[in-house]
Design a protein around this ligand. Sequence first.
Ligand code: K7E
Ligand code: CUA
Length: 701
Amino acid sequence: MAHGPRVRRSAVVCVAAAGLLVLEGTLPSALGQEGRRRRPAAEQGPIALTPEQVAQLTKVANDRKLNVDDLLSAAKTFMPSGRHDEYVLFSSGGQSGQVFAIGVPSMRLLRSIAVFTPESWQGYGFAGEEDPVRRSLEINGKPVEWGDTHHPALSETGGDYDGQYLFIGDKANARLAVIDLRDWETKQIVKNPLTISDHGAAFVTPNTEYVIEGGQYATVLGYGYAPPEEYKQHYRGMVTMWKFDREKGRVDVSNSFALELPPYWQDLADAGKGASDGYFFVNSFNVEMAVGGVEKGNPPFEAGASKRDMDYLHIVDWRKAEAAFKAGKTKSINGFPVIMLETSTAEGILHFAPEPKSPHGVDVTPDGRYMVVAGKLDPHVTVYSIEKIKKAIAEKRFSTRDEYGVPVLDFDAVKEVQVELGLGPLHTQFDNQGFAYTSLFLDSAVARWSLGPEHASKHREQPWKLVAKTPVHYNIGHLCAAEGDTVSPDGGYLVSMSKWSVDRFLPTGPLLPQNFQLLDISGGGSAMPVIYDSPIGVGEPHYCQMIKADKLRTWTVYPQVGWNPHTQSLDPRAPRKGQEGVTRNGSDVTVNMTAIRSHFFPEHVEVNEGDRVTWRLVALETTMDATHGFCIGGYNINLSLEPGEFVEFTFTADRPGTYPFYCTEFCSALHLEMMGYLHIKPRAGAEGAPAASDTATASAK
Ligand code: K7E
Ligand code: CUA
């Protein structure tokens, strides 16, 4: 049959399930892309409510038992159809291994981005036996097909989000992923060669020169072995600096390196900026170097690791570290260059500052002048001054050295202030009014507090003072204000990533969703109400970042037909229209196939049992949202063919049969007809092999 045009031009009229008349092929132009997306300006206020409308609204409110605050919250978050959200929240997906993109203020889930876990809708990891995704998920030759994503980091220019890339760490397996925000797809996964698990990933330096991956549980670097009795001698912590090549959009592993750290459990990290540019900061706990062992009658980790009053804030001069790496002052561990502790100490790369016990988050203020450390077991946040840190380093104001020779700066010399906030402070964000916001896990609250005197004209409060608390539901971990960890936070919105939802939603069995609660922080003083509760029923998210939507330069179709998203370029292997067909070279079969509403070409593919099949598929579509899918049941294959996309997959046709393949996206009125057959002919003489005349197949060529 003639391919493409005939079906498209003939206005095939059919009745869709909803009873809607759809003109096949003329659908996009008939509805008009613009007209579908935006409401006409005339419909968007200003409004003045008539008495009848007030009565109507009051009736709805009373019927639904809504108070005035509820109505205001609804008005602040409701998005009329076609209106777009102002911000996008990129959230870690926890054990789902993915990243979620959520619109703010509507809190609508826009998309899940597959990262560490194969995901069938996106065709991520379902492109046959040599899928580059599956290979990138292997660790030491083993498939590790899930991740525990914790901290997303948007790429930055001058300390501000630039909307180009998103990085995210996998705590369980010490991996880092790079997502390209042109097509919102994962492009690269790097495995840390030194450590098994991590936590302080990902954090970027202000121009995304490096992506920081801080460790967590000390281990023998490079997958080594030592018994717990040799903890102090052989276990180590680490922090890795992954060099990012913005041009290529990839981590440049050959220009990346790590720093050996004492076997404390390094925790969250943050890069300096502005006044603290050139440094990064990593919290730690278990400076006690407890080795646990409840099974032997020892105190458990939780007790042993919180005995001392102070842990150590790690202060790393990363430009000095970079210079040491470039000068070759490294040792190779598992093939990866590591700056050893003696070098870091001798070259002044690493200093410690005492921090109240068992800290969690370290967050740098927008101007870069202060580092805010929140200690889970201390009701205060401790604020450090970079000016004082630099001075203390220059004057060698050390109170001691730790067991590994790292100088410990005098606490009083580097501390600016401690602010009492409440129980279980964890993480801190900032707004445009001179306020900081800290999550209080044990209090289940968000605390708003004022920054120093230089911000007094904005926040109009006493400096360094708790201003307000809003209860959240419940057990908040991270929180995220609009661009709230950049050099210029926007204020306005804050999301509380509440870990427990308990009674907030209909129960969903014993496993309940988390609760993302949106707070309106645009007012000053004590007004910062919760205005939306959004259940997150996939994985347990940790951190998220909120970027102004207009900073994103998202492609809505691939730039050219035949585009390979793995390389972000036109793929010469992509079949063009007119080049479709099946070719054979011995037992190697190549299928060149195109897809366009509403058919694949060819529709019959015949191969022999045992053939190695390379299948190339290209979506000829150039219309926004005209995505097709492609699956072969029983062979674990499902692709997402977005407009212009090229995908290649390979498999061994080892089970003969007649396999329908079909389009898995409801792309058009004749979507169900968008199918074909893969005929895998049994080996001649094999049991059950039909006579040649019985195989009802038509060769594609
Ligand atoms: Cu506090 Cu992994 Cu940042 Cu969870 S972490 S909450
Ligand atoms: Cu193509 Cu459904």
